[in-house]
Structure formats: C-alpha cells, structure tokens
Design a protein around this ligand. Structure first.
Ligand SMILES: [Ca+2]
Length: 122
C-alpha cells in the first residue's frame, strides 16, 4: 500500500529531473540572454529564424549544433551570418576565451551572430 503512494512521487520526481536536465542553450554562449532584435530591441533567440525561438535554425544555430552545442574557439571565430564580424565579436567574446558561467569580456553592443544586420530593414 505504501509503495502505491510512493510510486507517483517517484515518477513525478523523475519527470521533473528530466525537465530540469534539458539544456539551456542561452547559458552556453556568451551573452546568450542579452541578444536583441536589430529593429525592436527586444531580446530574441539567437540560433533560430523565429526570434521567439524553436523551429528552423538560422546559420548560427546550425554552426552551434555542428560544434556540439558548445562555445568552441572555432565557433567563436566563425562568421555564421556572413556580415564580416565573428560570432565572438558579435557576442562580446572577441578573444574567444569565454567559458560557461563566466562574465563575457563585453556585454554591450551585442548583435545576433545568426542575423546579418546589414540586410535588415527596419
Ligand atoms: Ca557575423
């Protein structure tokens, strides 16, 4: 009888643990929560075509996935959106030294490495 009462709790705890274990990609790149849309200035998803996130990836999203969803020196040095500015420069890590949990070298003038702002008309 006691086991029947405990089982739902164990299942709930396991599900909660699975949900909490989902990767939070925002924390895996420098200034991941600090990237804004070029026109509205609203915070946006970095690796997706949809600024609200989910769905189709943009060029940076594909490069991030190819890098194993990690901020690597190669990913930092890439220019995913082809605007002539490296991903690291766009995300405030121009020296490509940022590590998860650290503060990036710069947290202002951040741009989206998946959106070529030169082609955006507001
Ligand atoms: Ca770029």
């Amino acid at each position: 009888m006691a086991a029947m009462k405990i089982l739902p709790l164990l299942v709930s705890a396991a599900l909660l643990g699975a949900v909490l274990a989902l990767p939070n990609y925002v924390d895996l790149i420098p200034n991941g929560a600090n990237v804004r849309l070029p026109c509205s200035g609203s915070v946006c998803a970095v690796g997706h075509q949809n600024p609200a996130g989910e769905g189709a990836l943009n060029a940076f999203g594909y490069d991030f996935a190819s890098a194993g969803r990690k901020w690597t020196q190669a990913l930092c040095l890439q220019d995913s959106d082809g605007d002539g500015v490296s991903n690291g420069q766009e995300l405030g890590d121009p020296e490509c030294v940022w590590r998860v949990g650290e503060s990036p070298a710069r947290s202002s003038d951040i741009s989206n490495p998946g959106v070529n702002e030169n082609n955006v008309k507001c």
